[in-house]
Design a protein around this ligand. Structure first.
Ligand code: NAD
Length: 299
């Protein structure tokens, strides 16, 4: 019988055998995730004896799940909500970015020593680089301070963005926004400041002065699909980048407004999503994910 993934006839040697490395994804809910499809297709394409499985893990099950990484000698795991912060106390080490974000999305197991990383910010920066956009030394305006915005701000600051103006509502993420600004100013050369998203004049000014505007709020995605924080194309200028972390729909209302304004680079979150996986893949396997192939067969 022909194997659907590899196209090979008969048994496949060196794949899913006694030597297979297991990678997990620990989150709840999580069955909808594209990560298993992305990683397993990349493993198969490169002939790597790895497999990636989803586990429905909430905060309650988390301690035993992390212990299982050690017990089963798994190579590592991805971690998503609600475990990104909670998992830190069960790990041995953190990458500098993870420490600054106070969050982990990737665990690597080196002979029982578990290190936490955050690859979302790396994915954001790499997705810009893939489009030939270099924001080092440039000015960013960022909406949001949640799970996506925090690693974006931290990685951009670590990689040399000169200034980040963060805008957030006065909601439950305001304290995280204050923390992000404080951490960036203390630990990097980037100048960060916090502003009220409710102050539309200030928001408009910041967008007009920036080189890249990034929306990491989820506005533009279900159930806010018909909404955008910027309705007026005149707020944008042509020589800038507009980045929406949303990947479904592929073209958000914000992106349409930016396109109408003639903005040079308008990006959705697909590249970031793939590149955060690429960075985790490299940490686990030491190999480069075949991204052209993955984009072609999956996205
Ligand atoms: P989150 O809940 O952690 O944070 C949401 C942020 O948006 C907060 O700062 C909150 O104050 C703000 N916000 C919420 N509702 C708002 C509104 N109506 N107006 C203005 N601000 C509002 O969410 P998250 O995990 O950071 O996800 C945000 C978006 O990023 C989602 O669309 C998610 O799909 C996307 N995302 C994309 C990637 C990727 O790889 N492309 C990765 C992670 C998240």
């Amino acid at each position: 019988m022909t194997n659907k993934i590899t196209g090979v006839n008969g048994p496949i040697n060196g794949w899913l055998d006694g030597h297979t490395y297991l990678i997990g994804l620990m989150a709840y809910p999580i069955r909808h995730s594209m990560s298993p499809t992305m990683h397993n297709n990349a493993f198969a394409k490169l002939g790597l004896n790895f497999t990636y499985l989803c586990f429905e893990i909430d905060n309650k099950k988390l301690p035993k799940a992390v212990e299982a990484i050690r017990t089963l000698d798994m190579r590592g795991s991805n971690v998503s909500m609600p475990n990104k912060k909670e998992v830190i106390k069960y790990l041995d080490k953190l990458s500098p970015a993870s420490e600054m974000c106070d969050a982990v999305n990737t665990i690597v197991n080196d002979n029982g020593v578990l290190t936490g990383y955050t690859t979302d910010g790396i994915g954001f920066m790499k997705s810009l680089e893939d489009e030939g956009i270099d924001i080092r030394g440039k000015k960013m305006c960022l909406a949001g301070a949640g799970g996506a915005a925090t690693p974006i701000a931290v990685q951009a600051a670590l990689d040399g963005v000169s200034e980040i103006e963060i805008f957030n509502l006065n909601d439950d993420k305001w304290a995280q926004a204050e923390k992000n600004v404080k951490t960036i100013n203390e630990k990097t050369n980037c100048k960060a400041s916090l502003h009220h998203l409710e102050d539309k004049d200030d928001f408009k000014r910041a967008i007009s002065e920036c080189d890249i505007y990034c929306d990491a709020t989820g506005v533009g995605m279900k159930p806010l699909e018909d909404m955008t924080l910027v309705e007026d194309p005149s707020w944008f200028h042509e020589d800038m980048t507009v980045f929406d972390t949303v990947y479904a729909p592929r073209t958000t209302k914000l992106m349409k407004v930016a396109q109408k304004a003639g903005v040079k680079h308008v990006l959705n979150g697909i590249g970031m999503m793939i590149e955060q996986g690429v960075a985790a893949f490299k940490l686990w396997t030491g190999k480069d994910m075949p991204t052209d192939y993955i984009r072609e067969v999956i996205f």
